[in-house]
Design a protein around this ligand. Sequence first.
Ligand code: KG4
Ligand code: ZN
Length: 363
Amino acid sequence: MLILGIETSCDDTSVAILRADPPSQRLRRASDKLEVLANVVSSQIVTHAPYGGIVPLLAAREHERNLPLVLSAALSSSKGLTMRDIDLIAVTSGPGLIMSLVRGVNFAKELARKYNKPLIGINHMEGHIYSNFLSTIHYPLFPALCLIVSGGHTELVLMRDHGQYELIGHTVDDAAGEAFDKIARILGLGYPGGPAIAAEAAKIENVNLKMKNDNVKLKIELPRPMLHSKNFNFSFAGLKTAVLYLVRDLTAPLDDVRAEIAHEAQEAIVDVLVSKTKKAAEKFKPKSILLAGGVSANKLLRSRLQELCSMLHVLCSIPPLEYTTDNAAMICAVAYYKTREEADLSAATRRWRAEADANWEIA
Ligand code: KG4
Ligand code: ZN
């Protein structure tokens, strides 16, 4: 079975092709074998960087221009496959920027009509979760506690089985990725902020070694919002404001302390994410902890979560780096698990919606 995935929820245009086992073989297997034949991502960072964030109108225009190019790149890198070989088209339908979503959904509908293929709309956040099912080494065990951290979402979700989600915590204001992006802007670092802050913070790791030897401590301390609250919710707006005031009231040049602030901001965000996950894991006793979303590319977060999992003796599932930020391979993976019991995809297509919905929540 070949699934073509299309992802345009934000500022990345991506098309992927996934090969999955045909039904007869699949049912006899203990685990599903998925093979990503292509996962082409066209980034719009260069377009949006001068504005310090995503400009929705520009994003939509870029998707429109890039979609046919990214599709042909995906097909030609997949052993000469053509649209006729595809069994199912999957497209991200939400949540995301409405104008971006509409471009992808319309493109997918047009392809489905032209080549007479079944079409299914996929939730973007579910896509991030399923980036953990693309690697064939360790499949997450259920129940899984999912820490979803992206530019627009920060959620703790309990996943009892495929497609079954219970929201147990969420951000009450900014998402973790948004905090990285906003703090990066205050510090005069580039867009996207996550990788920029991580790179700036890494400068301090090196200096830190020297400082530790000299017994010098870092001076800058930022708050860990809601660290001790009784629920599993997050808040990052206060942290951003604390950085804003810190920079406003600096007596030293920002150049002298930028790396130190970036280092402490990253520590604060990761501390909160990992502590809340620990609390939730102690209550819900999952068999695996699963990390998802663009912020899962963060090295510090990846290693702290791994440490937590070893301490709690639960399986740790962290997506390979190439599937952490927005990509269409993860959309194909959701489509596969949603449709693998269907005997007739064409008949089932009438039940599946593929309409852009900017606010589509999974739980
Ligand atoms: O999932 P994603 O690609 O797009 C959304 O669905 O929002 O996530 C994008 C977010 C951005 O806020 C970006 O700054 C953050 O992921 N991000 C990172 C890293 N790489 C991307 N945050 C921290 N460290 C990183 N290495
Ligand atoms: Zn995303």
